[in-house]
Ligand binder design. Structure first.
Ligand code: SHN
Ligand code: NAI
Length: 339
């Protein structure tokens, strides 16, 4: 039996058989040169070089943050001129000099001038400022993803600079499938996190409550209009006030998996994997199916002892007992067999 954490553990991919990977690389998985992260910019100086349409695009994005924005360019397109006129950003019409970067945390170079880029790069490096050159990925310290904006929820898509138009198309597809109410749900959670923590001091119970609340909230358009009162009611239903129970009993699902990728997986099985604390699985279950697991779930690969690639009946009985034991302690368990 192999124990490991899900889903981004190398072992997970090592134990899977290559014929089940369907285009996912295993040992040869691409590394990412750009680390995905979110940069805090509120009140900090950000500089944009260039006054064209591309600079305008980056500025529109920056304006969604609360950065202190300066644009450096000899002339401005209409959109940027409006941003300057309304006082949303500062305009520096003088030719670029290194000291204009003093105190900045990020620079966007959209001036389309290679000689200028070389100077900016040296000046940025000397001051430890992160640089984005819109038309030259090789000079970028950071790149900008396509963004599905459901602030405070931000779904960002990057192709590592390989195919920006692909990032845009994926974003457009998701725009129509992910509800605007995500934003509402996240804001509700923000306002209730302390209350929920006080009501449910147990980590597992809390994690279970939030999963349950968001799953319902995202499925049901009515619920996604939830008010703080709805959340309180859900909380009391989950563990009634004064009840001694801290963690409700867990769910168990034993499922035969016919699908060889997450997309084709039955919804019920997918939801069970998403909410499981422990997943037992036979060899050969596709890594992207196991990848549905929470990051802190325990994923355990079983050795196949049966002729059909599964475990024999005795082992299956033992597993059932084991699963029931963990469920009594409040864990959600999924056991995945080969179909
Ligand atoms: C590296 C990166 C640097 C950066 O800008 O941070 C970069 C670089 C380059 N873009 C180029 C071109 C185009 N970029 C777009 C659009 C977007 N480009 C964005 C990001 C990024 N572009 C970063 C990588 C992101 C990633 O993939 O992870 C998006 C996602 C976000 C945004 O810009 O805010 C936004 C879509 C937003 C959305 O709608 O959601 C379109 C129009 C379109 O397709 O809609 C075209 C014209 C079609 C084409 O040429 O492909 C060129 C060639 C320039 C040339 O030839 O002169 C380079 C340089 C190169 O490739 O070397
Ligand atoms: N990353 C992306 O998403 C995309 C990048 N691009 C690239 O972005 C670049 C800019 O595109 P556009 O805005 O359409 O070009 P543009 O020519 O309209 O804009 C360039 C701007 O830079 C200013 N500029 C030129 N020299 C300058 C200097 N020394 N100091 C300060 N400002 C200076 C110009 O006055 C102009 O306002 C191009 O290289 C284009 O290939 C194009 C499409 C998408």
């Amino acid at each position: 039996m192999t124990h490991y954490r899900a889903p981004q553990n190398k072992q997970q991919y090592k134990t899977a058989k290559p014929e089940n990977l369907y285009g996912l690389e295993t040992e040869n998985r691409e590394t990412f040169p750009f680390f995905p992260a979110f940069v805090h910019v509120t009140g900090k100086k950000v500089v944009v070089l260039g006054g064209g349409e591309v600079a305008a695009g980056k500025l529109r994005l920056l304006l969604r943050s609360q950065a202190d924005i300066t644009v450096i360019a000899p002339e401005l397109c209409t959109d940027i001129a409006t941003m300057v006129d309304t006082g949303a950003i500062r305009w520096e019409p003088a030719p670029f000099v290194d000291t204009m970067l003093n105190g900045a945390v990020m620079i966007f170079d959209a001036a389309d001038d290679m000689q200028l880029t070389r100077r900016v790069k040296v000046a940025a490096k000397r001051r430890n400022i992160l640089l984005n050159v819109v038309d030259k990925t090789e000079h970028c310290d950071f790149i900008v993803p396509a963004i599905l904006d459901r602030a405070p929820v931000m779904i960002t898509i990057s192709t590592g600079g390989c195919a920006p138009a692909l990032a845009r198309i994926i974003r457009q597809r998701l725009e129509t499938t992910l509800p605007a109410s995500m934003s509402q749900l996240a804001k509700l959670a923000r306002s209730a996190r302390r209350r929920v923590a006080a009501h449910l001091p147990d980590n597992v119970a809390r994690q279970r409550f939030w999963t349950h609340f968001f799953q319902n909230g995202l499925q049901d358009t009515h619920l996604s209009q939830s008010t703080p009162q709805d959340l309180d009611a859900a909380l009391t239903r989950f563990v009634p006030e004064g009840s001694s129970a801290t963690v409700p009993g867990g769910q168990i699902l034993h499922a035969d998996v016919a699908a060889d990728n997450a997309f084709d997986l039955a919804h019920g099985i997918a939801r069970a994997i998403e909410t499981s604390d422990i997943i037992f699985h036979m060899p050969g279950i596709a890594p992207d199916i196991l990848g549905l697991a929470r990051r802190d779930a325990t994923v355990i690969e079983l050795e196949s002892t049966g002729d059909d690639g599964n475990i024999d009946n005795d082992a299956r009985e033992r597993l059932k007992h084991q699963a029931a034991f963990f469920a009594r302690q409040g864990s959600n368990i999924t056991c995945l067999y080969r179909n």
